[in-house]
Design a binder for this molecule. Structure first.
Ligand code: DX5
Length: 234
């Protein structure tokens, strides 16, 4: 199983990138220090949007290899109703981590074990209406617990501060159990909300608009990364 980059990480989400210059956007983020990107996979059923497929993961990994640049850790965030069927496509495409939604898993524990059997790091996400307590008993089976701070499906949505107590609860549970699971947040992350999320205990912050929606992607990434590092103290 591949290990995610350690420490506080701002994770650019490609959903908000300019698709006509996706490669350059990736290069700019990586040159600024990004070591992890998130690929949003959406089926138009679990969330009301259609997202990327395995070929994008393959392209990202291949581009990094050809450039002999520091590799990019790539997670595939499956916002789909059948994550266990879809996950192998992304593992075969080279995803380092696959994130499934608790709400889409008939047997969440089995789903997490299945991801690790695929040789990828296992992540599990919860939507805004799902309590953090659903993930607590499963933290030992996952490498990332992802709290959605927007209703998933689109970039640029408004940050839901109601996600912060969930982040804090998961951070406490991970620390109390001495687990290595990362706590992450995704949605509406900018310099203000990144500080709040990092203070609450999120060390991985997925950001789309605040990075790729800016004219200077590199500067935007660096500013967000600095804010997150300065605010995280767990
Ligand atoms: C859709 C995706 C998010 C989204 C974040 O909800 O899961 O990752 O791309 O985009 P921003 O940062 O613009 O809210």
């Amino acid at each position: 199983m591949r290990n995610a980059p350690s420490g506080v990480q701002v994770v650019p989400s490609l959903l908000s990138a300019d698709l006509s210059r996706l490669g350059e956007c990736l290069d700019e983020a990586r040159a600024a220090g990004a070591r992890w990107v998130s690929v949003d996979v959406m089926d138009g059923h679990f969330v009301p949007n259609i997202g990327f497929g395995p070929d994008l993961v393959r392209m990202i990994k291949e581009r990094a290899r050809l450039r002999r640049a520091p590799g990019l850790f790539v997670d595939a965030h499956l916002m789909v109703s059948n994550p266990e069927e879809v996950a192998p496509f992304f593992a075969r495409a080279g995803a380092d981590m696959v994130v499934v939604h608790w709400e889409a898993c008939k047997d969440p524990r089995r789903a997490l074990k299945g991801l690790r059997r695929l040789g990828v790091a296992a992540g599990m996400a919860i939507k805004p209406r799902t309590p953090a307590s659903r993930l607590v008993p499963l933290l030992g089976e996952m490498d990332l617990a992802l709290v959605m701070s927007v209703e998933p499906g689109f970039g640029g949505a408004k940050f839901l501060s109601s996600a912060m107590p969930k982040v804090a609860a998961l951070r406490r549970a991970v620390s109390a159990a001495g687990l290595r699971c990362r706590v992450a947040v995704d949605g509406g992350i900018n310099r203000t909300t990144a500080a709040a999320a990092a203070r609450a205990g999120a060390e991985c912050l997925v950001a789309g608009t605040a990075v790729f929606g800016e004219r200077d992607v590199g500067a935007a990434f660096k500013a967000l990364q600095r804010t997150a590092e300065n605010s995280f103290n767990h």
